[in-house]
Ligand binder design. Structure first.
Ligand SMILES: [Zn+2]
Length: 607
């Protein structure tokens, strides 16, 4: 086994590093005699949850007939493209060529999410006549995520066993004339969840390799009588957690590591890792091809022109290299990096509008414009594209609501783009599926006022209060999960004694959980409110300064929202998307703040 592993590693290194020798390598099937009338066909086999490194370690004669490159899933951590290493987002990326920010599938809830992006099925059907497609998925949710496009598919089957899916696949290849056949095998992942890494998992991989062999044999038999050029691709949706291999979904190197196998030698993007990148996270994993490279590779093989406005994330792995490794250079997400050896030009598009043309080899573009909202940058080189989406630079947290109770440690963050985030305080990250729109189904009674929200706080008896920029407020019943009848209503000296004069100046509110609440005003002052007396304490508003709020004085007029976090800390979010941690017991700002609100400090809240 060790000798085999060594030889296989040598072989893989050889494949990846030696250009020019590719003609001598075994290509399967042989296509040296292709003519213009040759039918371009594709077999895509997906093996769920297969850890790349096990291929080299095991006896997998059918995978060994292919050229295999390590690759990555999960998008780019810290970018809008970031997604869980789960099957829902993974298979959707494999079949749409885009990440979560474009396809919108964050997890495995197939009843809740369906792809917002066109699938490879639609791209083929809308751009090439007389095509036929078969899609066979042992894990049936794959088809549910693609439900917008499944009516375009000529043959589909979902569920059952991998053996059944393989038999159906062989039958479809042998007895129909499909142009794309996709087959998903699930058992490797099932065994991985049940047994982790080990002999059962390895045996499941060997069995999947044999099923791959049956499918490849069916193509070999077709080629005996038909003038066809088959692209065979094999991939997986995600790796597994290195701690035993039982689970996945997280953002670790082994979970993000996948592979792409092809019967074609591929271009430089497939064959050669790029090490010199502005982002070397996960041991340089982004230097390998992306999971989103599969769709453009299929399109190119089928001789379908790749349109710029499809905003596909990655360039093909065959033919002339397009824009490679499109990444943001800076945290501001307005400077682009890419790799190209092309002597032609790179067209740079913002939200599908051509903004400039630069030499492709320049590999860098700084956008000096001020952009409102999210911006999708698309680079076009050599008839293919890569796209990346920047976060909304003007996005801000405008209100926070602590929903803390014994059952679920949740906090809600409301943003100026009309969306909100549910934050898991135990896991210290945004729950999957967020942001969501603030509307009358997510927050009954609040939807019409989402643009006006300036502050929120949790009161006693499961009531939350939302304060609006027009001096009104809403009372939200956290048990009934809706706005109480009769709201919004104007703040006056009966309902909020002592607040009336400042009712349209409130920009932050927090329950200090010592029978005091604090209201922060847009002029750098604050009001202390006695919950016991239900009135503002006398002598307020007062200025926020470093005597009454140590460390906060310089930021008195920059506060955007405030949230009580736990018995010890309160967080202040500032208008420039930094935040301050305030120690309630010491009654002082924790040193080292403000810090940036980003994907490390507050995962997901600005995505
Ligand atoms: Zn799984």
């Amino acid at each position: 086994m060790k000798t085999k592993l060594f030889l296989k590693l040598i072989f893989l290194v050889f494949l990846i590093s030696i250009a020019g020798c590719e003609e001598n390598l075994p290509t399967y099937p042989n296509n040296t005699s292709k003519q213009t009338s040759t039918h371009k066909k594709v077999l895509l086999v997906g093996i769920d949850g297969l850890q790349f490194e096990r291929i080299a370690a095991l006896n997998t004669p059918n995978l060994d007939k292919l050229h295999i490159s390590k690759a990555y899933t999960g998008g780019i951590k810290g970018n809008l493209s970031h997604q869980a290493t789960s099957s829902g987002p993974g298979w959707t990326s494999i079949l749409t060529g885009v990440w979560k920010d474009k396809h919108g599938v964050p997890n495995n809830s197939s009843g809740t999410y369906k792809s917002k992006a066109k699938s490879i099925y639609r791209l083929i059907k809308e751009n090439k006549n007389n095509t036929s497609i078969a899609s066979i998925a042992t894990w049936s949710p794959i088809h549910e995520f693609l439900q917008n496009d499944m009516s375009l598919v000529d043959y589909q089957n979902e569920g059952g066993s991998d053996a059944n899916s393989t038999n159906l696949g062989v039958h479809q290849i042998s007895n129909s004339n499909h142009d794309l056949v996709f087959i998903h095998l699930d058992n490797v992942d099932i065994v991985g969840h049940a047994s982790g890494f080990g002999s059962a998992y390895d045996n499941a991989i060997i069995a999947a390799d044999q099923q791959l062999g049956q499918l490849m044999d069916a193509i070999t038999q077709r080629l005996a009588t038909k003038n066809e050029d088959w692209l065979i691709m094999v991939t997986t949706d995600h790796g597994r957690n290195s701690n035993g291999g039982y689970s996945h979904g997280g953002t670790t190197e082994s979970e993000k590591t996948i592979f792409i196998g092809m019967n074609k030698p591929g271009n430089q993007e497939f064959k050669s890792k790029i090490s010199n990148l502005p982002n070397t996270d996960f041991d340089g994993l982004y230097g390998y091809p992306a999971q989103t490279s599969i769709v453009p590779t299929i399109l190119r093989h089928m001789e379908i022109n790749i349109e710029t406005n499809w905003q596909l994330s990655s360039a093909p792995l065959i033919g002339a290299d397009g824009p490679r490794k499109l990444l943001f250079v800076n945290n501001n997400q307005n400077e682009l990096f890419w790799v190209s050896n092309s002597e032609s030009n790179a067209e740079i598009y913002k939200n599908n509008q051509l903004v400039t043309t630069v030499p492709a080899s320049q590999g860098n573009y700084l956008d000096t414009a001020t952009n409102d909202g999210k911006t999708t940058y698309t680079i076009r080189i050599e008839e293919s594209t890569a796209s990346i989406e920047s976060r909304n630079q003007n996005l801000k947290i405008i209100a926070c609501l602590d929903w803390n109770d014994m059952l679920n440690n949740r906090a809600y963050f409301f943003r100026n783009d009309g969306q909100y985030i549910r934050y898991n305080k135990l896991k210290d990250k945004t729950d999957s599926g967020y942001p969501k729109e603030t509307n009358n189904s997510s927050w009954p009674g609040l939807g019409a006022y989402k643009e006006l929200i300036t502050a929120a706080l949790k009161w006693n008896n499961h009531k939350g209060y939302f304060f609006l920029s027009d001096g009104k407020y809403l009372r939200y019943d956290m048990n009934a999960d809706k706005v109480d009848k009769g709201y919004p209503t104007l703040i006056n000296n009966n309902n909020w004694t002592g607040l009336e004069g400042w009712r349209d100046k409130i920009i932050g509110a927090v329950n200090w959980n010592n029978n005091k609440a604090y209201f922060f005003l847009n002029d750098g002052t604050y009001i202390r409110y006695s919950i016991t007396n239900d009135s503002a304490d006398p002598g307020y508003p007062r200025s926020i300064n470093n005597s009454n709020w140590p460390g906060l004085g310089s930021y008195a007029t920059s506060i955007s929202s405030v949230i009580d976090w736990d018995s010890k800390y309160v967080y202040f979010f500032l208008t420039d998307n930094t935040y301050i941690k305030y120690d309630k017991q010491k009654d002082a700002t924790v040193s080292g703040y403000p810090k940036n609100v980003d994907d490390t400090t507050w995962p997901g809240i600005l995505n």
